[in-house]
Design a protein around this ligand. Structure first.
Ligand SMILES: Nc1ncnc2c1ncn2[C@@H]1O[C@H](COP(=O)(O)OP(=O)(O)OP(=O)(O)O)[C@@H](O)[C@H]1O
Ligand SMILES: [Mg+2]
Length: 307
């Protein structure tokens, strides 16, 4: 009798395990986003396009972005400029998958991230990481623990590998010897260095920076910009840097876009931006108050800009 009960319990346990395993597989299949149909323009035969943004629109109280079309190439750093409230951060949050657009596509590896479910977005955000303006580090942890945090969360490395990676990252962001300091003891500039180390800890493909030099003095801003440039090359990252800081822009950008009235007013290589004769671009570079009605048309080639 006892033997029969034993055999029955084993059988029941086996059945339970089977149901759990099959259930998990079924749930995983269901929770995957269905394949979406992408516009034909999103097809990239060159393999150089990292992100393809098509007709991206977002309104809050008013239309903030009105049909943005933009291709970001693998390995480039794109500087994003625009007056306050033109939607620079909104654009970055849409690309990070932190906001949903009203219309449009953001195509990454043949998938539209705007249609992804939360679980797929979590995977995407490991590949395309976001560095918040404030740095957003844990003040109750020291520098080393802060940098180790995403690595431990991911659980791919054993503790010795985590420590080795943290050493590499401390060195990469020029914080060697400061691993044991509490982040609450750090200056804002160093907190931003910790945030950058955390962002690159899991070997992402891209980093999105929102105002990386805001709140620090010009000297620290310059060294943070140089650090961003160095890491982008060293780690072969694609980057989008939203900034008001023209010095940072000059150091980091390969290409620049200038947003105006919900559209891209200028898009081109950094050199073309600085030598542009477009009145709005000239006024923006000169840091002048920009009043559309006061802007004069671009002068004929060979003549100086009217500023
Ligand atoms: N979650 C939100 N809810 C409502 N309105 C929002 C939200 N996020 C942004 N906005 C509005 O969208 C507009 C664009 O905001 P955004 O933060 O992108 O501007 P920005 O170009 O980054 O400006 P800044 O240079 O001052 O950072 C603003 O009018 C802002 O108030
Ligand atoms: Mg902003």
């Amino acid at each position: 009798m006892l033997f029969k009960v034993f055999v029955f319990s084993i059988f029941a346990l086996y059945l339970l395990l089977l149901v759990v395993l099959l259930g998990r597989r079924f749930w995983r299949t269901r929770s995957k986003s269905p394949p979406e149909s992408l516009p034909s323009r999103a097809a990239d035969s060159s393999g150089r396009v990292f992100l393809d943004i098509l007709d991206l629109s977002k309104a809050f109280d008013y239309p903030v972005l009105k049909g943005i079309n933009l291709r970001i190439e693998r390995g480039e750093t794109l500087g994003v400029l625009g007056m306050s409230g033109t939607g620079k951060s909104v654009l970055l949050k849409l690309v990070a998958g932190l906001l949903k657009p009203d219309r449009g596509y953001i195509v990454y590896r043949n998938r539209d991230i705007t249609k992804m479910n939360e679980s797929d977005l979590l995977g995407y955000r490991k590949k395309v990481t976001y560095v918040f303006q404030s740095g957003a580090v844990f003040d109750f942890l020291n520098v080393r623990e802060n940098i180790a945090y995403p690595l431990r969360e991911e659980g791919r490395l054993d503790e010795q590998e985590v420590q080795q990676r943290v050493d590499y990252l401390l060195d990469a962001v020029e914080l060697e010897g400061q691993g044991d300091l509490l982040t609450s003891e750090l200056s804002l500039g160093s907190k931003k260095q910790v945030a950058i180390a955390r962002a690159i800890a899991g070997n992402p493909d891209a980093i999105l920076y929102d105002e990386p030099t805001t709140g620090v003095d010009p000297l620290i801003g310059k060294s943070l910009s140089r650090l961003i440039r160095k890491l982008n090359k060293q780690e072969k990252l694609t980057s989008i840097v939203v900034t008001h800081d023209m010095r940072c822009l000059r150091i980091v950008s390969d290409r620049i876009i200038l947003l105006k009235d919900g559209n891209i007013h200028f898009e081109g290589p950094a050199e073309a931006f600085y030598s542009s004769q477009d009145p709005f671009v000239r006024a923006f570079i000169a840091g002048k108050r920009i009043d559309d009605s006061a802007l004069q048309p671009a002068p004929p080639p060979g003549q100086p800009a009217p500023l």
